[in-house]
Design a protein around this ligand. Structure first.
Ligand SMILES: [Zn+2]
Length: 93
């Protein structure tokens, strides 16, 4: 975390980040098998919570997963909306 430019900012879905963290992650690696946690992302419209509108802002939002312990997540169509409360800012590499 810390100060980062927008260009380097990576967002993940809260659901996927919570899931891999529940499995256990240390230094970006799965504690079960030791593999690097991977991200697969797509551009999504960011909606304000409690509304069905956004600013038109589209950001890459990633699904986090372990390549060994998890199936590769299926991504929604490009532009599929997601609420701000459903994404988390991830540290840039
Ligand atoms: Zn694993």
């Amino acid at each position: 975390m810390g100060m980062q430019s927008n260009r380097d900012t990576v967002f993940g879905t809260k659901a996927s980040v919570d899931r891999v963290e529940d499995q256990g992650v240390v230094d970006g690696k799965c504690v079960v098998c030791g593999a690097q946690i991977l991200l697969t992302g797509i551009g999504r419209s960011i909606w304000d919570d409690g509304t069905s509108v956004g600013s038109g802002e589209v950001r890459t939002v990633a699904e986090a997963y372990c390549p060994n312990c998890d199936e590769k997540p299926e991504l929604p169509d490009h532009g599929t909306p997601i609420f701000k409360s459903e994404i988390v800012r991830l540290a840039a590499e």
